[in-house]
Unconditional design. Structure first.
Lengths: 222, 222, 222, 222
């Protein structure tokens, strides 16, 4: 595809988004699939396999939550890149920042699962605080990405308005705020409150993945 | 590629299927390849490597079965997406549902292999019941996918008839029914019966991957 | 890309090779990269890290050999698919057969590395016999692939002669013969002889990856 | 895509760079993502999860460093392939050489992390020497790649001057020299000096990823 590009036509260092999308797809596909590596047959005494399988429930819940979350990141990523025409070095690194924080996600997920199986209340607090930290970082990486785009409108497809990226930044700030609140609730009061916030947040992002400003249209549609 | 799309021409939130196919290809490629990670050199006393290798036979059988199954999912996925022109958010999540249940497959496969090596008859029953449950879920995710398509015919390529998706839904119901029967046979009577059903089902899906309605044509051809 | 295809123009069940190539690329990329997972920091007593690193030499050699081999498979795969225009279900499964045997490769490689570090002469014989078996299977999967193509010339790009696939089949038979000889030498006489054959074979395939019939041209060129 | 190529138009054995880029993207995506597998929940006594998490700091630092490095390799790879029109067998293997040395990177990274947690000063020296060796090999693989291109200018896009590849070779030589110096400093004087060099080097390559000759333009821009 690159061979059809007239290099003299594109500003120095810019490129179309094809390889960035392919690379991001591959990274997100790997993250979503590696999660399944944590699903292992349990150790068991003969005749007690079913008990071992049931006792792994935090691992199953962690798997489902993380899968949903990475699915949300992928659909959001796709919605954003539909509006991007060129990518420069700054946007490459902003994109690598999103992939970095998303790739971190299985780590605090596994920490929560382990804290709930082997730790006490203090460990559960630590684990939810770590998850909230990584979640807030993930939202912050999206904020950086959208701020960069709103300052470089020449990278966008024609007809993409400033409003899209303004509202996307609001979505990102909402996420940072809610993860911080969830983390504080979980650390200060009860881990269960934090887990509820962590489960609701991906749903919020899933529903608004085409941007908050589509919500009125969505309500009309249904 | 996205840059050649006139956003004003495509209904809001729709996109061509390029990235969904690339993402699905990557996920299925990872699932089919991660299976090989379970093939490890056995522990052995000097001079007894060959015994250790032979004793791993359930792992080899599990590897071959799962490889075939993921291969079938991939060819079916390809056959379905050939008929899809646009993808919207609902179809994205239906597709992520298929990838989710397919990614689960190595887990019950490993549980069966472990139950046959280290468990008793009760554990084998548990393992085949788990496998049947995941298998039925996998078929159910295809059912949801095809129902969504049959209700959103505007997402399809031109010239793709309703009949294709009706027959695909029948294939999915057949799978759900047979996995349930296999699971009940395996749990109630003998695990071997379930294993036979589990091996035959992918073959059924492999042969009919272009849709049941191609069967008469296939018979003619040969 | 699929959306630009006029389904009525392509015989039923055929498709262009785009997704098959993307899927194969992903699988081969994963295989070649997973090999590095076997390179782990050694256990060591303080001050003796360098000894631990040196003692892992069979792992390094196994890594290099397998990397070369998968690289050869990829370049051969690319050379073959350049000549293929359409892919049907039979060719899909022939391709999945190649990916299956290639994905197996890290397994006998790890078995050889382990046999040389922890086993005796009998274990080394077993390990080289296993490697020869998988190597011969890999060549056999290419043989099936090329036989299928030579019997379905309508799947090929225009201008691709029968001779290409005849010579490719000869290359495959050569591989089956040499792996069998190497395995017998290694099992019957000395494992070192087998290892030499296993190292030379990928080089033979690397040099002839554009087909044996290019050799005269290559000699001219240089 | 391949099907639109007129084979008679392209010199024997050449191909466009599409599959080489897709394969490289997949390999680099896997390398960058596998690094996260080393982030595991620590073992801990009840109530001491937070201590366990803090004690893993060398692993976190190693993860960030390697992620940055692979990100740099990817952006450099992309910048180079933008200028390449055709790929022949020699360039394929030069590219596979870059992927080989990049895939090695997590290994010395993990060795450094382990040496800092479990080893003494001698082990830290060994670890930084190993890292410097792999780093120098990585630069050498780029050197081979760019030398090959400068000797085969017919593989390049039109309008790509010789100067680009000359300056890229200088960048590669700079890397080989600095990794050697870093390794010697770290081995002979103090591991900390080596670590500083290892952290600065990826930044140097990140800033100059469009080629040293863009630096004046960059300075102008800002």
């Amino acid at each position: 595809m690159e061979d059809s590009i007239d290099l003299s036509q594109i500003p120095g260092g810019w490129a179309d988004t094809g390889r960035a999308e392919a690379f991001s797809d591959a990274v997100l596909a790997i993250i979503i699939t590696l999660l399944v590596l944590d699903l292992r047959p349990p150790e068991f005494s003969p005749g007690e396999l079913w008990i071992g399988l049931l006792q792994q429930w935090p691992t199953y819940l962690a798997y489902v939550t993380s899968y949903l979350y990475v699915g949300v990141v992928w659909t959001n990523h796709k919605a954003a890149f539909r509006r991007i025409r060129y990518i420069d070095r700054g946007l490459h690194w902003a994109n690598l920042g999103i992939l970095f924080t998303t790739a971190l996600l299985p780590f605090p997920t596994a920490v929560i699962a382990k804290a709930m199986q082997h730790g006490n209340r203090a460990d559960e607090r630590t684990a939810v605080a770590l998850y909230a930290l990584i979640g807030a970082l993930l939202c912050a990486s999206w904020l950086i990405f959208f701020r960069y785009l709103s300052r470089h409108p020449d990278l966008l497809e024609k007809g993409v308005g400033k409003r899209f990226f303004q509202l996307e930044q609001n979505r990102a700030w909402t996420g940072i705020a809610l993860y911080s609140i969830g983390g504080l609730l979980g650390y200060g009061i009860t881990p269960a409150a934090a887990l509820a916030v962590f489960l609701i947040l991906p749903l919020f992002y899933a529903i608004t993945s085409e941007g908050l400003y589509k919500l009125p249209a969505l309500i009309h549609q249904h």
